[in-house]
Design a protein around this ligand. Structure first.
Ligand code: AMP
Ligand code: FES
Ligand code: ZN
Length: 299
């Protein structure tokens, strides 16, 4: 029996798996994320959320390929990146699904820890900008309509919490479960926003999906994890508080900030290095590559 306190409900195994699929279908429908013929590229990290997302989208009948990015985190065959890649590949092989791979060290000549250090950025910031850039580039190059990521309710509520603490109005305008396509940008969707972290772990266990349990070693102790802990404490006392915080924000508050996000997308020009739309002459990823003296600018 799997209890979901937010819904005040308990589920047996088949009903729990159906509950997860239904929540994804409902998010897709409510936020108009996908059409039946869309080609979806699911960004899979080898973790529970993105593998469960890929599984659910395939079960719901969507055309969904995977994309795994090698970040070069952790040394050797037992390192974080090597292990997470193995989980993504094993899932794809077992399911007979297509997995596209982009290895940052091989293709651009640096790993994320080195890149972050040399560019004097926090690791998760160098990592995040590389992911955003390379997810989009792989989607545009591969003719995919949509990039789907495994961000769940806990992730989105924690990001929202951080943005509210500093009233980051531009980020608040962009924090939606769907970002529409624009010239040079595929649509971005987060179909797991109606499901929590615990539910995703249970989904994987109950459907026999092996995933990397270890968290990224670069993320240990970062602010985002602190916000998650804080929200979890609130949730213990008020089940449903996290979902209310996030969904009422989307309903009542985010429309006030969406104009700021639209303005940001206007006036973009092609990056001098890679051609992706950007505000300056060079996009953030090409600047990072240039700073680390890696290869691949203009690739
Ligand atoms: P994170 O930023 O690690 O919380 O991951 C958020 C989402 O980004 C995951 O649910 C995946 O969809 C995607 N993602 C993270 N790491 C990778 C990776 N190495 N390759 C592909 N997708 C990833
Ligand atoms: Fe990007 Fe950890 S996965 S810094
Ligand atoms: Zn560029």
């Amino acid at each position: 029996m799997m209890e979901v306190r937010r819904h005040n409900a308990g589920f047996c195994q088949p009903c729990f798996l159906k509950h997860c699929r239904d929540q994804v279908s409902r998010a897709i429908h409510d936020f108009d994320m996908l059409g039946p013929d869309d080609r979806v590229l699911v960004a899979v990290s080898g973790g529970k959320d993105s593998l469960a997302l890929w599984d659910i989208l395939l079960d719901l009948g969507y055309q969904a390929d995977g994309l795994y990015l090698g970040l070069g985190i952790g040394a050797g065959r037992d390192g974080y990146s090597h292990t997470s890649g193995t989980f993504a590949r094993d899932y794809a092989a077992r399911r007979g699904a297509t997995l596209i791979e982009v290895d940052i060290p091989t293709e651009f000549g640096f790993d994320i820890p080195t890149g972050a250090r040399e560019a004097k950025r926090a690791p998760c910031s160098a990592c995040g900008l590389s992911k955003r850039h390379l997810f989009n580039r792989a989607a545009v190059d591969g003719g995919y309509d949509v990039v789907a990521t495994g961000h769940n309710l806990d992730d989105e509520a924690a990001v929202l919490f951080g943005n509210v603490l500093r009233w980051e109005t531009a980020y608040l305008g962009r924090q939606a479960p769907v970002l529409p396509a624009a010239p040079g940008f595929a649509r971005k969707i987060k179909p797991l926003v109606r499901l929590g972290e615990r539910e995703m772990a249970a989904y994987c266990v109950l459907s026999g999906i092996d995933y990397i349990v270890e968290e990224c070693p670069m993320a240990v102790g970062n602010k985002h994890l602190g916000y998650k802990d804080a929200l979890n404490q609130i949730e213990v006392q008020s089940p449903g508080a996290k979902a209310a915080f996030y969904f009422l924000f989307l309903d009542r508050v985010s429309p006030m900030f969406s104009g700021i996000a639209d303005e940001e997308r206007e006036g973009l020009q092609p990056c001098a290095g890679c051609g992706s739309p950007t505000t300056g002459e060079w996009c953030a990823f090409c600047k990072l590559v240039a700073k680390v003296g890696g290869s691949g600018v203009g690739a």
